[in-house]
Design a protein around this ligand. Sequence first.
Ligand code: SPV
Ligand code: MN
Length: 664
Amino acid sequence: MLELKKGIDILAEVGGIRTVDEARALFELKCDQENLAKLSKITNEEALLKIANAISMTDPDTVFVNTGSDADVQRVREMSLEKGEEQPLPMKGHTIHFDLPQEQARIIDRTFYIVNEGEKVSVLAKSILRDEAYEYVKTYMAGIAKGKTLLVGFFSRGPIGARAAIPALEITTSTYVMHSANILYRHVYDRFDEEVQRAGLFFTNVHSEGPNRPEDLPKARVFMDRSWLTTFSMFCTYAGNTLLLKKGNHRFAVDLATYYRREQELSEHMFITGLTGPGGRKTFFAGAAPSGCGKTTTAMVGTDFIGDDLAQLWIAEDGTLRAINPEVGIFGIVQDVNRESDPYLMKALREEGAEVIWTNVLIDENGVPHWVGDGEEHPKRGVNFQGEWWEGKTDENGKPIPLSHPNARCTVANKFIGNYNEAAAEDPRGVEIKVITYSGRDSDTMPPVWVAKNPDHGVVIGASILSAATATEVGAKGVRRQPWANEPFIPGPLADYMDAQFAFFNSDKLKHKPVMAGLNYFLTHEARGGGGNGLLGEKRDVKVWLGWLERRAHGEVDAIETPIGFIPKYEDLRELFAGIGKEYPKELYEKQFTLYVDNILARIDLQEEAYRKEVNIPPRLFEVYAEQRAGLEALKAKYGPIVSVAQLIEAAEESKVLGRNAFP
Ligand code: SPV
Ligand code: MN
């Protein structure tokens, strides 16, 4: 269990401001008349104390209050150019920001949850005791803003008034971080006090990049104080480490859903997107994928894009599953974004009209950004994440330096993306989710799409996501378990989170149960008897997998029952492929949906072994694995380790004749 407001409030302790009078006196000292007037509209005492303590702790020369007004938003843009955190590019509204070459992704080795004695965190996460964190913050954040302006912004993580929306403060010396927040989040300055009352709490984020030199990076830290819903970030600039409105506050939201809103809410690392089906109906999906596994691309495939990274879900009074996007923009990986696979995003990035902050791409001599996989001609030289770059340049180990970093990103508001459904995204009632998907980066085991038999099996699909390492974390390598693709952001024990998942999806209050499905775009020819590690599918096939799930959610397509769940019939897929102008040979279908039983069994063993090491894992997980294993072994006994779709159909028919469930 997690206890809020337990132990010392580090920010208050280091800041030393105890009363609102003291807070106001400090504001007088640090703010000019204009900013003082802006702050005077905020009356929530807790928020005033947080802001005052952040000022007192970091000791800036001045304070800028960002109300979200056009003038304030503009001022932040200008400050960032004046300060040099961003450089302007020739395309109107575009800028470039570079993070230090050594900090191109989340610094997971320097990221900690602040815990009280005896509190448990996920075995996959790092934690630091409250007293030690207090010492660290006091040593390194006291006075860190000297000579700088501290910016204070008031944001809402979600449409204002939505049940799962939570207000948050972003306090930073970085103009780039505040500029990014202006693009990615909704402002709530005008209604901050009201929203804090409604939500019952707010999050606080304090950051300073300090001198922003490579030599300071070893002491960079990201601390998340779970008890006080406050983050501290220092000596770094990459948005994943600094704009903690995003993944810092997401982690707090996961805690709240798990410990305080069990069977009511979930907080997930998921895109939200809608697909238009027959008759023009709209069906909304929420889908989890680990960082760097095509989550943004999947979201963009929809006709009604809502969000690409985070989802707050809840069970509404009417028994439907609803979701909101806490954000209003994307901080998206640009590698492999091109006209063919991501036309909407590409248009926003390449044509005038959108405001874009580019990070860690290559800027050519004409000030044009380029990246790996953009499908365009590449310049021979330019400036990128490690400085001057020319084709063939190598690093100190003799390895070629890519044109752009694989985690290079673009920050852009969703409203500039052609398929964004702003009205639905801003609706405080959320959108109704009918399909939940889980995907990873799996080259040899699972088929492109399969549907869970029931909510328990659905939860187990989420628990069993696996992914090859991606460039989104500094130093990551190998293949990793990625429970719910949310594992990097689950603060408490996985057992608690899993229990909350079972409780949520099995809840009697959830009258309209979503289809829960697995997706895998990464099967290779090699893994299915062919040659080379080329993929069996391509990006545009995603439309078909989602299309099939859309039909399934409306009960319009039949499916083949297997031990792992339901898989599509060939004819249905062929028709959907025809809809995207593509032939779908039966042979390819066979490759994609033949079950490689030994691979799946090995996968189950791996997951089970890992989960057996943890305490309090809900027994239901092991029961589901046991059911699947028994079914797979029965198949293997009869057909051998590679089971064709025809054999799967035969086996399913046979068990129907015998009058039992298709598989145990
Ligand atoms: C991710 O890596 O999952 C992101 C970017 O969405 S970050 O802000 O680094 O988390
Ligand atoms: Mn993400």
